[in-house]
Design a protein around this ligand. Structure first.
Ligand code: ADP
Ligand code: MG
Length: 273
């Protein structure tokens, strides 16, 4: 379901999203939720941050309101704005305001360094006040029980930490996710792509070989998401090598030399045709 610029990712009665924990993240998140503490989730793109939050919202029985981060996100994108509707000006709550009113989890997904005007609304919500000032309405809302702020980012490119005041930062519980150990990632890839464990294991071995390269030539790493995409092509009947070429190698680079180098790595790691 899509509402304006944000997404409702959990709906009543929907099945639990599959999330395979790799460490103590589930227990940490549950404890933070009981305390109403905001959470910072760090980790590379495609490692399972969004899936984790979806699974936790389901686990806690909370509504999840997700806001996809973008560079020029303003406080109005979060809090709301006046819109013209049929000749009348009406106030429309933004996703953060809805979450505050309803006691939902508000997930700011892949946030780049926050602008001054967005940190102004995040600070009083994240600290002991748990309130949201809405200047344009001249009101301040107190967060309903169950409201929780979750912010994810990729520390490889960005750090929202720089834009938060120290006193606010210290109130966040930080959870660091990464690509999981090979046996866990194999389970995830097999399950999500619908392929056997041995094919999934080959994909994960390739993923790890690529991650161990001297990263300079690659702007992205081979993520769990990419391995699942390749696995999905295999499930559709493609040969493993063709799937890997299309879903991993050609996606990671446009440079012919880099593509050739990755091809050699694929030959070394994957079973031949
Ligand atoms: N631990 C995990 N358990 C279950 N699925 C996972 C896990 N890690 C990654 N995935 C899968 O990888 C995909 C990408 O993960 P996602 O949560 O979108 O990554 P991120 O938000 O970190 O970019 C998910 O759609 C899911 O299929
Ligand atoms: Mg995500």
């Amino acid at each position: 379901m899509t509402v304006n610029n944000f997404r409702l990712t959990t709906e009543a009665g929907s099945p639990a999203p599959f999330y395979r924990a790799a460490g103590p993240e589930v227990e940490i998140f549950r404890a933070a939720a009981r305390r109403g503490s905001p959470v910072l989730l760090k980790g590379p793109t495609g490692c399972g941050k969004t899936r984790f939050v979806e699974a936790m919202a389901h686990d806690l029985g909370r509504e999840l309101i997700t806001v996809a981060g973008h560079e020029d996100m303003t406080s109005a994108d979060l809090v709301g704005r006046f819109l013209l509707k049929g000749g009348e000006t009406v106030w429309v709550d933004g996703p953060l305001t809805r979450a505050v009113r309803e006691g939902a989890i508000c997930y700011l997904d892949e946030i780049v360094e926050a602008r001054q005007d967005t940190t102004v609304v995040i600070h009083p919500l994240a600290d002991h006040r748990r309130e949201l000032p809405i200047d344009r309405l001249g009101t301040t809302l107190s967060a309903a029980p169950g409201f929780q702020l979750v912010i994810s980012y990729n520390p490889g490119y960005q750090s929202i930490l720089k834009s938060l005041k120290d006193s606010t930062r210290q109130r966040f519980v930080a959870i660091s996710l990464d690509f999981p150990a090979a046996e866990i990632e194999t389970e995830v890839v097999a399950q999500e792509a619908g392929i056997d464990e041995s094919t999934a294991g080959s994909l994960v071995a390739l993923g790890n070989a690529i991650r161990n390269l001297d990263g300079a030539a690659l702007s992205e790493v081979a993520s769990t998401r990419m391995l699942i995409l390749a696995g999905g092509l295999v499930a559709e009947g493609l040969h493993l090598l063709d799937a890997v070429q299309s879903a991993v190698v050609e996606v990671l680079s446009d440079d012919p030399d880099v593509i050739r180098g990755l091809g050699e790595l694929v030959d070394a790691v994957l079973p031949r045709r």
